[in-house]
Design a protein around this ligand. Structure first.
Ligand SMILES: NC(=O)C1=CN([C@@H]2O[C@H](COP(=O)(O)OP(=O)(O)OC[C@H]3O[C@@H](n4cnc5c(N)ncnc54)[C@H](OP(=O)(O)O)[C@@H]3O)[C@@H](O)[C@H]2O)C=CC1
Ligand SMILES: CC(=O)[C@@H](O)[C@H](O)COP(=O)(O)O
Ligand SMILES: [Mn+2]
Length: 390
């Protein structure tokens, strides 16, 4: 039986991970859970799974949770804040840590788990975007496995099993195109948060759904693929595939292309990350190609959705550029979700912050964190004019 801990247990990836754990009771035991604010869902998870230790966003929530679960036996240790996440990541007897929080909040717990030798099922792509070089170097140094959960990277990882990495010619990362696929810049003026949150194929958390609509999600995934598979940016291609059935492909030097297919369902890559190197029988819907009939492919519209090229550029620049881009994106998306800026301002803000930034090459972890905080501050404290621009 594998012991697991989940950071972000109440979110989209977190709750689906728990569905799998409940379905495969014989295979997994949850010993740690971390959530933000959603005490209702967390309480339910604690009652069902009886973890040893949990964490929430702040002290007040920790106190409220303690009252809610006062009757639960054996008693559950309750922590909070960044220390709570790091303490759970540092647990010695966890076999797999699922990192399913959003944003660079996941960085320090991931590094803690790597140093602990705990296998990571990585959903939290922002960690690799901000500090890919540091994270991958540490994983190598501590001989810690990082297994991708992100559907595209899980697909590539599956396609690469038993393959020689030197035989890879190109990675082909598929993109749904997001909710505004086919729209032009003028169509995007004044689009609402509600419209942007309607992903055509996947039901996901708010931040990644907006990232998908701007194509920044694909940009983040290109950088994630660069670090996970050690492939040059020139050899990572993005193809729009509106059905999200092919989750990504690997093209080899002999022109063969291997793809991984499935219905758009995150439970499959999550399950694979947990059961790797084995596959477990499950109750998920089987893909029916005859029912589907056709699959489509097109070039990404990088004129309308500029975030994809911004990410390629930041990735190629390297150093602190991806961390700054990622932090600017996190803040801009949050401002959009709070209806404080327009959809099109997201890419404008990211570009502007990158222009203001002096890139530091080969940054230390502290310098990455400093760059991340600098970008956030630029927008939130000095960005009045930036955010008002329409
Ligand atoms: N959703 C998906 O299908 C996919 C997601 N990913 C990636 O996985 C990650 C998670 O995404 P998703 O599940 O959609 O996000 P959600 O927004 O649905 O979930 C985020 C989780 O993080 C928790 N959280 C927020 N703040 C804190 C905090 N301060 N301390 C501890 N926990 C906190 C939330 O808790 P609470 O709700 O209790 O506040 C929630 O459990 C992202 O990096 C995303 O890019 C990758 C591929 C697919
Ligand atoms: C499910 C998953 O992995 C998401 O990252 C998904 O890929 C988002 O879809 P887009 O292709 O629209 O970005
Ligand atoms: Mn993805």
């Amino acid at each position: 039986m594998k012991k697991i801990a989940i950071l972000g247990s109440t979110g989209s990836i977190g709750t689906q991970t728990i569905d799998i754990v409940k379905e495969q009771k014989h295979a997994y035991k949850v010993i740690g859970l971390a959530a933000g604010k959603n005490l209702e869902v967390l309480e339910q998870q604690i009652r069902e799974l009886k973890p040893q230790i949990v964490s929430v966003e702040n002290e007040l929530l920790a106190k409220e949770l303690a009252i809610r679960i006062d009757d639960v036996r054996p008693r559950v240790e309750i922590l909070y804040g960044a220390t709570g996440l790091i303490t759970i990541a540092a647990l010695k007897d966890v076999d797999i840590l699922v990192t399913a929080v959003v944003g660079t909040l996941g960085l320090l717990p991931t590094i803690t788990a790597i140093k602990n030798g705990t296998t990571i099922a990585l959903a939290n792509k922002e960690t690799l975007v901000a500090a890919g070089s540091i994270v991958m170097d540490l994983a190598k140094q501590y001989n810690t496995k990082i297994i991708p959960v992100d559907s595209e990277h899980s697909a590539i990882f599956q396609c690469l099993q038993g393959e020689d990495m030197s035989s890879i010619k190109n990675l082909h990362v598929t993109a749904s195109g997001g909710t505004f696929r086919g729209k032009k810049k003028t169509d995007l003026i004044g689009v609402t948060v509600e419209e942007a949150l309607k992903h055509p194929n996947w039901s996901m958390g708010a931040k990644i759904t907006i990232d998908s609509a701007t194509l920044m999600n694909k940009g983040l995934e290109v950088i994630e693929a660069h670090w996970l598979f050690n492939i040059d940016y020139d050899n990572i291609k993005v193809v729009v595939h509106p059905e999200s059935i092919i989750h990504s492909m690997v093209e080899f030097v002999d022109t063969s292309v291997i793809a991984q297919l499935g219905t758009p369902n995150m439970r499959v890559p999550i399950q694979y990350a947990l059961s790797y190197p084995n596959r477990l029988i499950n109750q998920q819907k089987q893909l029916d190609l005859i029912e589907l009939g056709k699959l489509h492919f097109e070039k990404p519209d990088t004129e309308t959705f500029q975030c994809l090229n911004i990410a390629y550029e930041a990735g190629r620049t390297g150093g602190t550029a991806p961390a700054v881009m990622n932090a600017a994106n996190e803040v801009a998306v949050q401002l959009f979700l709070e209806k404080r800026i327009e959809f099109l301002q997201i890419e404008h803000i990211i570009r502007e912050i990158l222009l203001r930034h002096t890139v530091k090459q080969n940054p230390t972890l502290e310098e990455v964190i400093e760059a991340d905080l600098w970008a956030r501050e630029q927008i939130l404290n000095g960005g009045e004019i930036l955010c008002k621009q329409r």
